[in-house]
Design a protein around this ligand. Structure first.
Ligand code: WT7
Length: 545
């Protein structure tokens, strides 16, 4: 159960996640165990985590960071990132994680749009990507370096050493902002989805009923905290549930992952179809069922979990993988295969208790209606009002309003519901690219390509890819006089990787003579996709020429 702040002072995520455990019998329990690439291990108990996050909160106070100010982090899965997140929440600041593989341009867009006041990062990321941006970020006054010292920055050890390890969380209203997560759009720059402290009710409910976390569990969420899954289920929820988590601090490695699962004795594992696809390529015999005796529950999120992945789980791990569905905006799992209910391979399950999900279809004048017939595809809608619902797109009230219609939140995902109420993912309504489970907004990539002096026009799509789900592919029209050769291609790919980072940059560039646009000038990515996959082009009546 959750406890609320002492004295009826409201609800604060950091109190539910750490402080209330540190004050009780769990204080000596390991909260996180970080395992490095070479097997080195670092652990923090709930008690120690409470002290360190209090120091971080006191440190923020000493810098003049106020409630509601935005504190960002951009780092690999290092302890300091986790401490910064909880420390910021204690202090009433809004925590915003940034994926460490972003290049300088996506970092700048998010730091600027999110009005970052403080940033925790590492020396390497600072030197290569952050320092050159600082002249354009006058409001970002405090950069804390976890592992290095550099002029004009704050060294993390000194930041912490100077601060007391007791911090009293101020009264926190459940509606006070807590987390900011950027997510991609198709036609604009990334949107900052704002979440509140009261969302912890949903973290707790889904931790208990979907992840099935119990006393004594060893949990592993493989998502990076640079993304919403890694923050909500890799950081906050296991703490709220009082369990121990392992964190693989190194990069993905199929063999090491299987070894971690068995040697660590993981009991609950939350991962992604992208990871499962890579594990499925391990030679048969590399994994032995008996190694996974302690593994009780496996879940997946982020992309469709195909039936063959469920079959692989049953065959190799002797367990059923449970698909779950949610998105940055929903703040917590909404639709899931819960323990105890039979899994239909390929289905994402049913709405969880407290969530009303439906299939919507557009009717007259943009009004939405509920689809009654089973097996009819439409947009997945959620009845407004669940506790972890995003409360705003930062600074974009109209974009936020457009997500709602007739009391429903419109997810942008197409689904169908079978006669028994199971939901099946059909596709996205928009052009958002999902590569390795991570969202890429085509507009963000097109905009960068258009800033290159050789590029006249660009259109970006997700190309079906057996391993990544989709890979980012760009169609480019070069300016006259520029040769559409390998050298131009290499130059544009290098330019994209340098500015956008490997997580977003196109893997493939194809030169074409014109980008299909509609009469309003919008890139018709659907046509580019049809060209790529040989599929039907669909309605072309709005094409400009
Ligand atoms: C989008 C949300 C899920 C939280 C982390 C990513 C797709 C998510 C599934 C699933 C098919 C899925 C949807 C959704 N998605 N889960 N089980 N089956 N598609 O959050 O980056 O906001 O992405 O991921 O398209 O809208 P996100």
């Amino acid at each position: 159960m959750l406890s609320g702040l002492p004295g009826g002072a409201g609800v604060n995520i950091a109190h539910e996640a750490v402080d209330r455990h540190a004050a009780g019998p769990l204080q000596h329990r390991t909260a996180f165990r970080w395992i490095g690439e070479s097997g080195d291990v670092q652990e923090l108990t709930y008690g120690r985590l409470a002290a360190l996050t209090s120091r971080f909160a006191n440190g923020l106070a000493a810098l003049g960071i106020e409630r509601g100010d935005r504190v960002f982090a951009c780092a690999d899965r290092i302890p300091e990132l986790y401490i910064a997140a909880i420390g910021a929440l204690k202090h009433g600041a809004v925590f915003c994680p940034l994926f460490s593989a972003f290049g300088p341009e996506p970092l700048y867009q998010r730091l600027e749009r999110g009005d970052a006041r403080a940033l925790l990062t590492t020396g390497r990321i600072y030197r290569r990507k952050i320092a050159p941006l600082l002249p354009r970020l006058p409001r970002l006054q405090h950069v804390i370096l976890a592992d290095a010292a550099a002029e004009g920055t704050i060294a993390y050890p000194r930041f912490l050493d100077a601060a007391p390890d007791v911090y009293t969380i101020a009264p926190t209203d459940p509606e006070d902002p807590a987390l900011l997560h950027f997510t991609s759009g198709t036609s604009g720059m990334p949107k900052g989805a704002l979440h509140v402290h009261g969302a912890v009710v949903a973290h707790y409910a889904t931790g208990a009923h979907v992840l099935d976390l119990r006393d004594g569990d060893l949990f592993w969420c493989t998502a990076d905290p640079g993304w919403v899954t890694g923050t909500i289920y890799g950081l906050i929820t296991p703490l709220v549930m009082g369990v121990t988590s392992i964190i693989d601090a190194g990069p993905f490695d199929a063999v090491r992952w299987m070894r971690l699962l068995s040697e660590q004795g993981v009991t609950v594992w939350y991962t992604s179809p992208s990871a499962i696809r890579r594990l499925m390529r391990l030679p048969p015999g590399a994994v032995r069922k008996e190694d996974f005796r302690r593994l009780r529950h496996i879940l997946s999120v982020g992309e469709p979990l195909p039936p063959d992945a469920v079959a692989w789980g049953r065959e190799v791990l002797d367990r059923t993988i449970h698909d779950t569905w949610w998105q940055t905006e929903t703040g917590a799992i909404m639709v899931a295969n819960v323990p105890g209910r039979p899994v239909r391979p390929g289905s994402m399950g049913m709405p969880i208790p407290g969530v009303t999900a439906t299939v919507l279809q557009e009717g007259e004048a943009g009004a939405v209606g509920v689809v009654q017939d089973p097996e009819t595809a439409g947009e997945l809608g959620l009845a407004v009002g669940w506790p972890s619902m995003f409360r705003a797109y930062l600074g974009e009230p109209e974009r936020y309003e457009r997500c709602f219609s007739g009391g429903w939140y419109r997810s942008g995902d197409l689904v169908r519901r079978d006669a028994d109420g199971y939901f099946w993912f059909v596709g996205r309504k928009d052009d958002i690219i999902k590569t390795s489970g991570q969202m890429v907004g085509p507009f963000e990539v097109e905009r960068l390509l258009l800033s290159h002096p050789s590029v006249a026009d660009a259109g970006v799509i997700g190309k079906p890819d057996a391993m990544l789900g989709e890979s980012v592919k760009a169609f480019v029209v070069l300016k006259s006089g520029i040769r559409p050769d390998d050298e131009s291609r290499r130059e544009l790919i290098a330019f994209s990787r340098k500015n956008l980072g490997a997580a977003i940059a196109p893997r493939e560039i194809e030169f074409i003579s014109s980008i299909p646009r509609n009469r309003a000038g919008k890139v018709m990515r659907r046509l580019l996709k049809a060209r790529e996959t040989g599929g039907a082009a669909g309605d072309t009546s709005t094409l400009a020429e």
